[in-house]
Design a binder for this molecule. Structure first.
Ligand code: RP5
Length: 163
């Protein structure tokens, strides 16, 4: 199976990235994690992206806050799918990172998840890999069914209280 590359702009983004790594672990998807910044270590960020396909990656998650150019900078240097996580790490509550990540110019797409949406970033990567992997697709179906069952349990509890 292809690996998922996870890049974060700072180790202060780790609590959000951990939601992605936990999700990938639960699905037995291999991954590699790095701290590379579009602004502070642009050479390392670029080198990772340029070599990612040859190094066995199938998709890349890029998490950054504030003027969050990391996902776009990674996407500029690879045609692997890039999932951007805008991180809430400033006084602007992540709106700055959301707009910086999502507003990519035509030709260089970044699939942007919600602010702090680490788990969905991992699930989107899993769904990309599952296009060619029936076993992984079955795991994703099972997770959906299990998540739905949990909601129905909550419905039963709430219904019992009010209805
Ligand atoms: C961004 O600036 C990082 O992704 C982080 O979300 C934010 C703050 O970084 P630190 O100052 O905590 O290293 O580049």
């Amino acid at each position: 199976m292809k690996k998922i590359g996870i890049i974060m702009g700072s180790d202060s983004d780790l609590p959000i990235v951990t939601k992605a790594t936990d999700t990938l672990k639960a699905l037995d998807i291999p991954f590699e994690v790095h701290v590379y910044s579009a602004h502070r270590t642009p050479v390392e960020a670029r080198d990772f992206a340029v070599n990612a396909r040859a190094n066995g990656f199938g998709a890349i998650i890029a998490a950054a806050g504030m003027a969050a150019h990391l996902a776009g900078a990674i996407a500029a240097n690879t045609t692997l799918p890039v999932i951007g996580i805008p991180c809430k790490s400033s006084n602007l509550d992540g709106i700055d990172a959301l707009l910086s990540t999502v507003q990519m110019p035509t030709g260089i797409p970044v699939a942007t998840v919600a602010i702090n949406g680490g788990a969905n970033a991992a699930l989107l990567c899993a769904q990309i890999l599952a296009v060619e992997d029936a076993e992984l697709a079955a795991k994703l179906d099972a997770k959906r069914a299990s998540d739905a069952a949990k909601v129905l349990e909550k419905d039963a509890a709430v219904s019992a209280s009010f209805n």
